[in-house]
Design a protein around this ligand. Structure first.
Ligand SMILES: Nc1nc2c(c(=O)[nH]1)N[C@H]1C(S)=C(S)[C@@H](COP(=O)(O)OP(=O)(O)OC[C@H]3O[C@@H](n4cnc5c(N)ncnc54)[C@H](O)[C@@H]3O)O[C@H]1N2
Ligand code: MOO
Length: 419
């Protein structure tokens, strides 16, 4: 069976980037990952599987916003001396205000019944058991009213929200100790190439350390996946077939790097097809990252990234990240807009992804090229905060042109941990 889609549009230059992206996203299952309930403290970085409404009004009772004195404003005269009667601290039950008195109150304490304002202690003169007020406060001064922050029934979270520390704080304040989230996609990650050695292993001439594995593992984690590292595979058809079959068992996504282009040592494609897998994308008109495959193997989605590190990264940002978002029902990841700080002439035809550093200029971001060209280079990534996306039709970039940036996770302030 030839399971390469007949409509692969795999001409010499590769499938148009937009078409390839649409096909990759179409591989995500119709329904997002099943929901599961996790303790609140494990909820950060997960995608809400259901909306959450407030079950408590917050504050839950009228309370003081200051350490000071609760009073009734009606009839209060400037410069009045009031006896201090009673005291309420945070955590204590509310009491009654005795008419004509000031009630000692601490921040967060329930306001005594009958009081309608608090005067901060800095604003009064205290002498023994009396206080002298200055100008009478406006009704409501220094009070936090029941429900003024959150009203019971308010929608706090929508389905698909990427949860972070803010949501944890709000849910905790609601007394909610667990949260329903989408199961993390299980990603089997497989590096291929007989030249690869693990970081820490000795290298013989001709060998290299596997850098795509650790890079993709960290990106996958930042994007909310559960990563299962598979042992590296040598460039042999039988070994590749076995490795892919094992990787697919129980995985939602099989992610490979290298071995996907046209050399006689590139066995990923044949192994996938011989296992009954399908490919709907094989070669994409993008630079770097042209040798890129996507399809299905068994019940899992398959994404085969190229071996060159920057090509693997471009494939990860352009395809893997939105695919994971689609699988978890999260919002489509948004790019950033930046103004080019450089000029560049280019041959139209392929979409291009170039590492850029980002600099604030007033309210705008300016993007500068980070390092020289070369899909095998790693050093430019240390200077970059994202990849600038240049659409296929663009033949030149002039300084000041607006660019779309795919930001690296957490490399740039303002970028969420993932999503
Ligand atoms: N005749 C052609 N040759 C090549 C083409 C082409 O269209 N025609 N495309 C080139 C492009 S573009 C890329 S990208 C590479 C991608 O090929 P593969 O995905 O099959 O990858 P490999 O050939 O196995 O490796 C490429 C390169 O990357 C290094 N590599 C591999 N894995 C890792 C890893 N885990 N960590 C770090 N570096 C890795 C590998 O040693 C090679 O140097 O093909 C071009 N050739
Ligand atoms: O496109 Mo390859 O993807 O140049 O490195």
């Amino acid at each position: 069976m030839n399971a390469i889609s007949p409509n692969l549009a795999c001409c010499a230059g590769g499938m148009a980037f937009g078409e390839a992206r649409a096909r990759v996203l179409a591989l995500a299952p119709g329904l997002p990952m099943a929901p599961e309930t996790v303790p609140l403290e494990e909820g950060a970085g997960r995608i809400a599987a259901a909306p959450v409404r407030a079950r408590l009004s917050l504050p839950g009772f009228d309370q003081s916003a200051m350490d000071g004195y609760a009073v009734r404003t009606a009839g209060l005269l400037p410069g009045a001396w009031l006896p201090v009667a009673g005291r309420t601290a945070a955590g204590e039950e509310p009491v009654f205000l005795r008419p004509g008195t000031a009630h000692r109150i601490l921040t967060g304490a329930p306001v005594p019944e009958g009081a309608d304002a608090v005067i901060a202690q800095e604003e009064v003169l205290r002498r023994e058991d009396t206080v002298r007020i200055g100008a009478p406060p406006a009704p409501g001064a220094h009070l936090r009213r029941r429900g003024e922050d959150i009203a019971a029934g308010d929608t706090l979270l929508r389905e698909g929200t990427l949860l972070d520390w803010r949501h944890l704080a709000v849910l905790a304040a609601q007394g909610i100790g667990s949260v329903e989230v989408r199961r993390r996609p299980r990603v089997a990650l497989l590096s291929s190439g007989r030249e690869l050695r693990a970081p820490g292993d000795e290298l013989a001439t001709g060998q290299i350390h596997d850098s795509n594995g650790p890079m993709l593992r960290a990106l996958l984690r930042a994007w909310g996946a559960e990563v299962h590292i598979r042992p590296p595979v040598a460039d042999e058809p039988a070994a590749m077939r076995e490795a892919l079959r094992d990787a697919a068992a129980g995985a939602d996504l099989v992610l490979t790097t290298a071995g996907i282009s046209v050399g006689e040592e590139d066995h990923v494609r044949d192994a996938l097809l011989s296992l009954g897998g399908e490919l709907s994308v094989l070669k994409v008109a993008m630079k770097p990252g042209k040798p890129l495959g996507a399809g299905r193997i068994g019940d899992a989605v398959f994404l085969g990234l190229p071996g060159n590190p920057q090509a693997a990264l471009a494939g990860a940002l352009a395809f893997l990240r939105p695919l994971l978002a689609r699988m978890t029902g999260a919002a489509e990841p948004a790019g950033l807009a930046a103004l080019a700080g450089f000029a560049m002439a280019r041959k139209p035809g392929r979409a291009e992804f170039i590492p850029v550093s980002l600099h604030r200029r007033g309210a705008c971001l300016r993007a500068e090229r980070a390092g020289p060209d070369g899909a095998g280079r790693l050093a430019p990534l240390l200077l970059a905060q994202g990849l600038a996306f240049l659409p296929a039709g663009r033949d030149e970039i002039r300084p000041g042109d607006e660019l779309e940036i795919l930001p690296f996770p957490s490399a740039f302030p303002g970028e969420a941990a993932h999503g």
